[in-house]
Write a protein that binds this ligand. Structure first.
Ligand code: ADP
Ligand code: MG
Length: 679
């Protein structure tokens, strides 16, 4: 037998079994070899019956004291009950529909059982345990494989046993040098010990190696996929002499520890000569903009231009205002560009960009238009990245000669996912808020409290503050029983006759949205009734209340993002979640929102509530299902694997060399057909 043989070459595997194995993605002996246990049964230590703990699987040896074949009271199930005893006590063993076992057990004989004890009517019980004659049952650490219909655990174990001698033939696709550097055992050792572990320590070594392999294959695949887009490349090195201290010292506050760390990471990238491609994740108000400004300062000191692109006109304008204030004292020229500018003004800006007179440019998508040319673009920053497609980012990049890229986002993506989704991006996390922030008071309410809630809004308005009200729908729907922005705006206009209520939603033209937002920003509007379009980035420090209607219809990450619209000024802010219905998950979300304001914590909780199916159902993002690695547990290994993948691809960018053929095959296998890698 050879590893490349079809599994039907094996004794006991005919077309039927082969088909079932196909469902597990096993076609060859090699596939079988790389099909790993999902768990293990430790049958090395026997437990005496009196020591059994409910729920903890154990091996017991005992004599059959009584055999009873029964009919199940309320059904047609056959029931076989054994009373098993050792010196310390007795336990009941139960089999359903297993009359054939009646002959198997003899009163007074000794047998071994392995199973999970449960308590039933006060008695310890094992249901359908594995069993054998005393001394006969396999007593090591046994693998437990994932199964599919038509294949039993016993079969899988015996097949693995029959190809065990082939493990030694498995080609180790990692060079000794890489293995040593990452302290990895050999592949054959790993295979032997993952399928047939003799002791825990060896199993751990084996798993480490195999998890590393899978994550390396994943990472190499992601890098390869992105290579087409030219994202792994040489870049522009900024000068080591371009110090940022002068700028940092001119800030009216000291950087937080997280900001300082993030700045160091960015500076290292910028000086490296490799193109920077970094994602800065930080909760709303964590001070990402300050970090971006420091990077732009370094660019200017190194003689390069920077752009800061925002998804909306108003956000871009806010950035422009901020940048002007920050850089005026340093004599650095800041410009602005958007689609709605007057032609003459635009022409002037374009000219100044071309000559390099403007050193820092803030703007909207208008920046990626063909007529925009730079003298020496060195740094591209996008704010609220998830609003931009990859294509737009690429276009922006083409404005320079591989400029450094910094992406800022406040969307709380769990760290684990960020690394995967943005595989090629390095990630910096600002996980600390500047000191002295007042947490936003958050309350989840039932509809009964709606009047009281708006009564509270009234008081805030009377004090000169402003409010957001968010609804899931734009207009009333026949199908969905949920608040609409249009209807709510009408109702609130009636309720607050002395105040100006306005409407904002995604179906409105961008210019109209910008106009409304600007009015709200200027304080001409008191209550802004909106759909989730306000989710992103807008900064109105005077707004102190946000009411979210039908909050049960929003995910945690979204609720958190919406809440971030308030709490941006000196005043205490409030968030009210009005929950309709009885949904448990919605209640849980409300509790989490009340308890925490940490976006990363909330995002992780969101993942937990959704269950792992969602995390790993991410094929649409090009992330394949993993076999042995678990990204929520193995992030550390992932980082090592990532470095190794980068090294390998640097030496052999298209995996053309003979020694990388196995890696290439594994990538193709992991990603499958629906992921075109151009291999
Ligand atoms: P983000 O872009 O992450 O939402 P910003 O950079 O806009 O956050 O910062 C939010 C506010 O906090 C701004 O008013 C900024 O001046 C202030 N800020 C930023 N960093 C600090 C700091 N280290 N200490 C105190 N205030 C800070
Ligand atoms: Mg911001």
């Amino acid at each position: 037998m050879k590893l490349d043989d079809k599994i039907t070459r094996m004794k006991g595997i005919g077309p039927k079994k082969a088909e079932a194995l196909g469902k597990l993605n096993i076609a060859t002996l090699k596939d079988l070899m790389l099909f790993f246990p999902r768990d293990y049964e430790d049958r090395r230590n026997k437990t005496s019956i009196s020591e059994l703990t409910e729920g903890r699987p154990a091996v017991v040896t005992g004599k059959v004291a009584l055999v009873v074949a029964d009919r199940y009271k309320y059904g047609r199930k056959q029931l076989l009950r054994l009373l098993i005893s050792d010196d310390t006590g007795t336990i009941e063993v139960v089999f359903f529909n297993a009359k054939y076992l009646l002959k198997r057990f003899q009163k007074g004989h000794e047998y071994v059982f392995y199973g999970k004890p449960v308590r039933s009517f006060g008695k310890m019980q094992m249901v359908h345990p594995d069993f054998g004659d005393a001394g006969e049952m396999n007593a090591g650490i046994l693998p437990v494989y994932p199964l599919t219909k038509g294949i039993t655990q016993k079969e899988m174990r015996s097949w693995q046993l029959s190809i065990r001698t082939l493990y030694a033939d498995a080609e180790d696709f990692l060079k000794a040098e890489i293995r040593e550097k990452n302290r990895l055992c050999s592949l054959s050792y790993a295979l032997e010990n993952v399928h047939f572990p003799q002791e825990k320590q060896k199993l751990l070594e084996a798993k480490y190696r195999l998890v590393f392999d899978e994550l390396l294959v994943l990472q190499a695949g992601l890098l390869l996929a992105r290579q087409d887009m030219g994202e792994v490349s040489a870049g522009i090195a900024f000068s080591k002499d371009a110090k940022t201290d002068a700028y940092i010292n001119s800030l009216p506050y000291p950087l937080t520890g997280a900001q300082a760390r993030c700045v160091r990471e960015i500076e290292k990238d910028l000086e490296s000569g490799r193109m920077m491609n970094r994602l800065v994740q930080g909760d709303v108000g964590s001070g990402k903009t300050a970090v971006a400004e420091i990077a732009m300062y370094k660019a200017a000191e190194s003689g390069f231009q920077s752009v800061l692109m925002a998804p909306t006109e108003i956000l871009a304008r806010q950035h422009f205002d901020g940048l002007c204030k920050s850089f005026a004292a340093h004599g650095i020229a800041v410009g602005f560009l958007s689609g709605s500018m007057k032609a003459a003004q635009k022409r002037e800006t374009l000219e100044k960009l071309k000559t390099g007179e403007i050193e820092i440019l803030a703007g909207t998508h208008a920046i990626i238009q063909p007529e925009v040319e730079f003298a020496k673009l060195g740094l591209v920053i996008t704010d609220e990245q998830h609003r931009f497609g990859v294509g737009q980012r690429m276009k922006l990049k083409e404005k320079g000669n591989n400029p450094n890229i910094l992406v800022m986002t406040a969307t709380p993506i769990p760290r684990t996912l960020a690394v995967i989704l943005y595989g090629d991006l390095d990630v910096s996390v600002i996980d600390e808020l500047p000191p002295g922030r007042q947490p936003i008071v958050t309350k989840s309410l039932t509809p009964k409290s709606r009047d009281k809630c708006y009564g509270f809004v009234q008081k805030q308005l009377a004090e000169g503050r402003q409010a957001y009200v968010v609804t899931p729908l734009i207009e009333d729907s026949d199908v969905l029983d949920a608040k609409s922005a249009e209807r709510t705006a009408e109702e609130l206009s009636g309720r607050f006759p002395a105040h100006k209520v306005a409407l904002l939603h995604g179906a409105m033209a961008q210019a109209e949205k910008d106009r409304i937002m600007a009015q709200f920003y200027e304080g001409e509007i008191d209550i802004l009734v909106a759909t989730v379009v306000i989710e992103v980035g807008i900064n109105v420090p005077n707004a102190t209340v946000i009411v979210i209607e039908n909050a049960e219809r929003f995910g945690l990450a979204q609720l958190h993002q919406l809440r971030g619209r308030v709490g941006r000024g000196a005043h205490q802010s409030f968030c009210f979640l009005i929950l309709e219905g009885e949904s448990e998950i919605a209640k849980k979300r409300g509790e989490i929102m009340e308890a925490s304001s940490d976006g990363f914590y909330i995002a992780e909780e969101d993942l937990k509530l959704r269950g792992p199916g969602e995390i790993f159902g991410m094929r649409q993002h090009g992330i394949p299902d993993l076999n042995i690695a678990d990204l929520s547990k193995h992030l550390q290994i992932f980082h090592h694997a990532k470095e190794t993948a980068k090294d390998i691809l640097q030496d052999d960018p298209s995996l053309a060399s003979v020694e990388n053929q196995e890696l290439k095959r594994r990538i193709a296998k992991l990603f499958g057909e629906d992921f075109s890698l151009n291999l």
